[in-house]
Design a protein around this ligand. Sequence first.
Ligand code: SF4
Length: 193
Amino acid sequence: MLVNFIFWKKDDFEKFVSQNLDTNSDIFYDLKSKQIATDTELEPVVEMLATKFRTKKSILNDFTSLHMVVPTLRCNSNCIYCQVSKKDLDDKGFDMSRDTAKKIVKTIFESPSPVVKIEFQGGEPLTYFEMVQYIIEEAEWVNLFKKKRLEFVMCSNISLITFEQLKYLKKHKCYISTSLDGPRDLHKGTSKN
Ligand code: SF4
């Protein structure tokens, strides 16, 4: 939405409404510069407004490129600041199914953006690495036809990572996003969730 406004006196407003506002006054110039009023042809004003609107909303042409995917809510850490309702490693019912993952990939590629970035969040994606692999390979397969710039990022605490997993991530050009936020106690936490 384009929002243009001016503050003016009641007196000026009444003159404007009754079409008696001086078109050479400062206030009329202000109205004119914001395409709120005109004393010339309407068409160029509408065209100017349309151009402004198109420019402002041009971001929608490509829609979104970044897609967060959560393969599991399970995590081996227990950070006291965790904001994702993480579950313990042996909790059941918090892993994504293959069927859901396939549908997610299909939906992601419906974005008109020429760039698709899939970011794995958690929980800890390493606790369900098979699903990370499944999604990466499913996306690569779909992208054989879509031919977008496909990028992967895995947000991980990396405490469980193996050499084999590192090799896999490197091969599939999946970046790792990680952080060490403080002493051990901060990450271990005290509560179950
Ligand atoms: S690493 Fe910490 S913040 Fe991240 S999901 Fe696990 S408990 Fe939560």
